[in-house]
Design a protein around this ligand. Sequence first.
Ligand code: NAD
Ligand code: MG
Length: 389
Amino acid sequence: MGEKKKNIAILGSTGSIGTQALDVIRANSDAFTVEVLTGSSNADLLIKQAIEFNPNAVVIADESKYQYVKDTLQPHDIKVYAGAKAIAEVVEMHSIDLVLTAIVGYAGLESTLAAIKSGKQIALANKETLVVAGELVTALAKEKGVNLYPVDSEHSAIFQCLAGEFHNPIEKIYLTASGGPFRGKDREFLSTVKKEQALKHPNWDMGAKITIDSASLMNKGLEVIEAKWLFGLKAEQIDVIVHPQSIVHSIVQFTDGSMKAQMGLPDMKLPIQYAMGYPDRMKSDFPRFNFINYPQLTFEQADTKTFRNLALAFEAMNKGGNAPCVLNAANEVAVEAFLKDKIGFLQMSDIVEQCLQTVHFISRPSYTDYVETDKETRRVANLKMRNTQ
Ligand code: NAD
Ligand code: MG
């Protein structure tokens, strides 16, 4: 680490990634300070974090909580703002060195673009931004000289394998997938599963949306598209392999046939810390891997006939344009409906598929086109859902 501390803005500090990032910062207070914290509606947690980490500013997205947060933080020297626009504005603060984008879903797009526009380095957890508008985001980052450091464990693994190899072409990558709680199950079984079962992930403790995405393999589909943009790959260079132990976090295969993998216990704090500390590896006391506990590491093909979301994601990626944006918006609506017990597990893929077929295709979308596509897809998805009930 250099002498100067890195000033971090955490967008989505009250979530699973956000709170773990604060754990990393707490353990490395010599290296990092917190400049900005933002949350959606959990005002009490945001206030608690603000009092502990003393940021320059906090933003609560839910405007109805503004007065409460402001009044409670009154004795502290912390600026308080509210609303989605304020999140996109606060990232422009000159004092910020790095923005960790840990908002979930499409809602993170505007603030991520704003952060890149103002030249901030990005630790990217919000994979949906790259799924929705990967071309726009990566082009803007290139123009502004901004690095996108991956936080997603698979992409962090690829990034770690590429250290010292950035000049060497990649032949292909293997993204590993745990397979989620329903690995090996058939469609008949899946037709009856409820959210309580889907929310029990075998290896990772994450936010609700990504946990459902992991159970349906949509998460891996989103990650395939995320990898395409982060590493500049073609569809045929990206493969998915199911690895239930989640120890090998992903693999790069180079043009000489050599394969490099990154391994470790499944713990998001490691990729979060790597992204925030890059290029340094900082000492940690995270639990260490022990071979005795893992006599076997196994690998198997993903079942895309049962878990159609993965196939749909490849389809959307191959189609390009606004198709991945459609895929993402339809999925966000479907997951929310599944979490409210409004639709069944398998219907989530039906809605995504129907939206991909219905929503108007745009081959070279602008930012406004993405905004419109997201809106239109949500409208269509809600309509299809009403018709299938
Ligand atoms: P989460 O639901 O636990 O947290 C989401 C955060 O975003 C919260 O702070 C919430 O207040 C905020 N938020 C939600 N909606 C918002 C809105 N409309 N406006 C402003 N803020 C909003 O989610 P998470 O599991 O921490 O995931 C965050 C992102 O990181 C997702 O894109 C996810 O795919 C990615 N990710 C998560 C994990 C993990 O282990 N949790 C791993 C890899 C990638
Ligand atoms: Mg992941």
